[in-house]
Design a protein around this ligand. Structure first.
Ligand code: UTP
Length: 467
């Protein structure tokens, strides 16, 4: 270990981080090895540039315009354009050209659930987990198109082992084991106010996942892009683990991606409130981008057209399509997404080895965002959907975007489908039924399918689950 310490000492001294070895001599062999491995995995050049404030991406808001997107009005279900897209997407699915990709590497801090977020029981009646709902949607689509649709799952160090165990124990919810591919994203250390690394334990530097943008590199580093190509898969249908309403395989969306020859496609909502917490779809210096709501100038967030609608109307809900060839090109050429900074309270051990739980933010975490991949493409599109149909994320333990709101929104969507199929059931002015309703994706995964297969009563008067 002598040489090793020398090597580490030199590296850390060069970057002003020698304090990381403060407790090294008191560690046992295993702990020393662990810390040494962790230090070696860090890109210190990158960290040095992050420590200097001017590494932030320069964003010039002078030349920012709302960006155009395919509107729902123009792609209503019976519209010719929508029909063509649906057909193109269905063909791609039947030819086995599509994989589903769930990013599940986040830490779920706001939800505060003990376990990977994907194992959170969200089903309003059945308590189905988020992973189960997503996997059943993939299974339903693969049955419909009579082709395997692989499910890619991105984890992070903090939840990888638990996620694997969970999915294996549940036998991948019926998906063939060789169609589920689990891989880990990279981590990046946080820095304190003085640009120093923080120790979580004497043998461990505090690190966190590098943001959902890390998925584009993780797809490559894990060999997944090669694996997809060897199966003839050309399109990755990307979504986040915490949105049970996501249509994880949407033929029309996939079809628009194909017809418009896009490398990146995004689903967008019409923003209705200035402070809605969605990334905003813009054209900036001629390039399509999504700008996080906190980074947008507040006056732009409030601007309205003559008809009273918000001028910057597209809000991103993190349901995307990526062409496999695009992810390959990024990685073959080498790319770096910009890092976004977040001030956080980061527990650490001080120079005496005492654990400190700060009451105020004491450091910065760095994350990349998947939509910044738009910086690297000329061919991107946005396609409109509605919140009611597709977006109700589980972010917080209570209040907005919580399990409670998400279960209510799921029940409302299923009530919509049932009513469209001619079933009578009570709803309030906003369409919410007074009881929970749940429909397994294996029973029906859209209003159209439900209309064809529904074999229940003509009237529903209480809690119901269809499976
Ligand atoms: P969020 O950042 O909104 O939520 O991630 P979170 O990380 O789960 O929870 P908080 O912020 O700690 O409360 C949105 C989606 O992106 C994934 C998450 O798993 C979630 O599906 N994600 C986020 C990653 O896969 N990796 C990351 O590094 C960050």
């Amino acid at each position: 270990m002598g040489d090793l310490t020398g090597e580490l000492k030199k590296l850390l001294a060069l970057h002003g981080q020698s304090h990381v070895l403060r407790f090294f001599d008191s560690l046992d062999h295993e702990q020393k090895k662990r810390l040494a491995d962790q230090v070696r995995s860090i890109d210190f050049e990158l960290l040095d540039s992050l420590a200097s404030e001017d590494s932030s991406e320069f964003v010039d808001f002078a030349d920012i315009e709302p960006a155009e997107f395919i509107r729902l009005g123009a792609c209503a279900r019976n519209d010719e354009r929508w029909r063509r897209a649906h057909e193109a997407g269905s063909d791609a699915l039947a030819e086995g050209k599509v994989a589903a990709f769930v990013v599940a590497g986040g830490q779920g801090t706001r939800l505060g659930f003990d376990g990977p977020k994907g194992s959170y029981p969200i089903g309003p009646v059945s308590q189905r987990t988020l992973f189960e709902i997503h996997a059943e949607k993939v299974l339903a689509a693969s049955r419909r198109y009579n082709r395997d649709i692989p499910l890619l799952v991105m984890t992070s160090s903090a939840n990888d082992a638990q996620t694997r165990r969970f999915l294996e124990e549940k036998q991948f919810f019926g998906l063939p084991a060789d169609c589920v591919r689990i891989f880990r994203q990279d981590e990046i250390p946080a820095l304190d106010r003085h640009g120093k690394l923080l120790l979580e334990r004497p043998d461990c530097i505090f690190m966190s996942p590098n943001g959902h943008g890390g998925s584009l590199k993780a797809l490559w580093d894990s060999g997944t892009i090669r694996w997809l190509s060897s199966r003839g898969i050309e399109i990755i249908s990307y979504f986040q683990v915490d949105n049970p309403l996501a249509r994880v395989i949407d033929p029309a969306f996939i079809g628009f991606h194909i017809i418009e020859a896009a490398e990146v496609s995004l689903k967008l909502l019409e923003r209705t409130m200035p402070d809605e917490k969605l990334g905003v779809w813009v054209r900036m210096n001629g390039r399509l981008r999504v700008i996080e709501y906190i980074d947008m100038p507040p006056e732009k967030m409030r601007e309205r057209d003559d008809d009273g609608r918000l001028r910057f109307s597209g809000g991103s809900i993190a349901i995307n399509c990526f062409s496999t060839s695009f992810v390959r090109r990024l990685n073959e050429r080498g790319f770096q997404l910009p890092f976004h900074r977040a001030s956080k309270k980061i527990p650490y051990i001080d120079e005496k080895g005492r654990r400190v739980e700060p009451e105020e933010p004491n450091g910065t975490k760095f994350e990349t965002f998947v939509f910044d991949s738009l910086l690297f493409t000329e061919s991107a599109i946005g396609v409109e959907t509605t919140r009611r149909d597709e977006f109700s994320p589980v972010k917080n333990a209570a209040g907005a975007d919580s399990p409670e709101t998400s279960r209510r929104d799921m029940s409302r969507l299923y009530a919509d489908w049932l009513r469209a199929a001619g079933v009578r059931l009570p709803v309030d002015d906003h369409g919410y039924p007074p009881f929970f309703i749940e429909i397994s994706p294996l029973y029906a995964d859209s209003a159209e399918v439900l209309r064809q297969v529904y074999d229940g009563p003509e009237e529903i008067a209480g809690q119901t689950v269809l499976r």
